[in-house]
Design a protein around this ligand. Structure first.
Ligand SMILES: NC(=O)c1ccc[n+]([C@@H]2O[C@H](COP(=O)([O-])OP(=O)(O)OC[C@H]3O[C@@H](n4cnc5c(N)ncnc54)[C@H](OP(=O)(O)O)[C@@H]3O)[C@@H](O)[C@H]2O)c1
Length: 219
């Protein structure tokens, strides 16, 4: 597979990038980010792009791909609803509508989170925005689209969150997270399991379009 990765510098994206680079079934990885990953690998090519609501200037570089791993995303903590909606819905849909036009045979995988609200009626703003994003991605004419809803993610292999307070929690709670990752698949996965699951589902498909934490751990 030839794949495109968004959010490769983040906690989820670092894990997905690692699995892509070591998987012999992945021929090449194109990272599209606002900052470089700092990694060098024969399979990895990077585009540093400024405006994530408009991919017109790099469209010529975005065709010929089999899968997209969309790991770009932000926490809603301390963010007003309009800004969160812009960073979550507008950016994701701008990328997805560009990619589906250029790669109709593509499998699109998107990372949301446990508790995402598909109904649009719930009380939590972040969950409604993520749910609306999932719903609209699933309407696009990709070959297939899969929504990954991890709960907690134990970072492995040097993976770190870009969000300082998230990183601090994961460092302080490392022993507990490690225990939960082994015993509570509904509430915890690892960056390695999530990355591997996204690669496997993009390659082989899955029985349903939305994968909760326990599905991610079972893939
Ligand atoms: N970490 C968890 O425990 C966890 C659990 C469940 C779900 N999730 C979900 O997984 C997704 C990714 O989370 P994460 O933990 O990987 O986040 P993270 O470590 O904070 O990384 C965020 C990524 O998104 C990019 N990004 C953020 N704002 C951007 C913008 N305006 N334009 C372009 N790129 C932007 C960042 O790029 P820069 O490097 O340039 O900043 C980085 O690559 C989120 O949707 C999150 O809700 C995470």
């Amino acid at each position: 597979m030839k794949v495109i990765l968004f959010g490769a510098t983040g906690m989820v994206g670092q894990g997905v990038l690692r699995e892509c680079l070591i998987d012999p079934g992945i021929e090449s990885v194109l990272s599209v980010g606002r900052s470089p990953t700092g990694q060098q690998h024969a399979k990895l090519r990077e585009i540093v792009h400024g405006d994530f609501t408009n991919f017109g200037t790099i469209e010529s570089e975005l065709s010929g791909y089999d899968a997209c791993f969309f790991c770009l995303g932000v926490s809603s903590v301390g963010m007003d609803a309009e800004r969160y909606r812009h960073l979550t819905y507008d950016i994701t849909m701008a990328a997805a509508t560009t990619l589906v036009k250029l790669n109709p045979g593509m499998v699109f995988t998107y990372v949301t989170g446990r508790g995402t609200d598909s109904t649009g009626q719930g009380s939590r703003m972040w969950a409604r925005v993520k749910g609306k994003t999932e719903n609209d991605l699933l309407k696009l004419p990709f070959k297939a689209a899969y929504m990954f809803r991890p709960a907690g993610i134990q970072p492995l292999h040097g993976v770190r969150s870009k969000t300082g307070w998230v990183n601090a929690i994961y460092v302080v709670a490392a022993p507990l997270l490690s225990y939960l990752a082994r015993t509570s698949p509904k509430f915890m996965t690892t960056s390695e399991k999530l990355g591997r699951a996204m690669v496997k589902v993009a390659r082989d498909g899955f029985a349903k379009p939305i994968l909760e934490s326990e599905d991610i751990n079972a893939v």
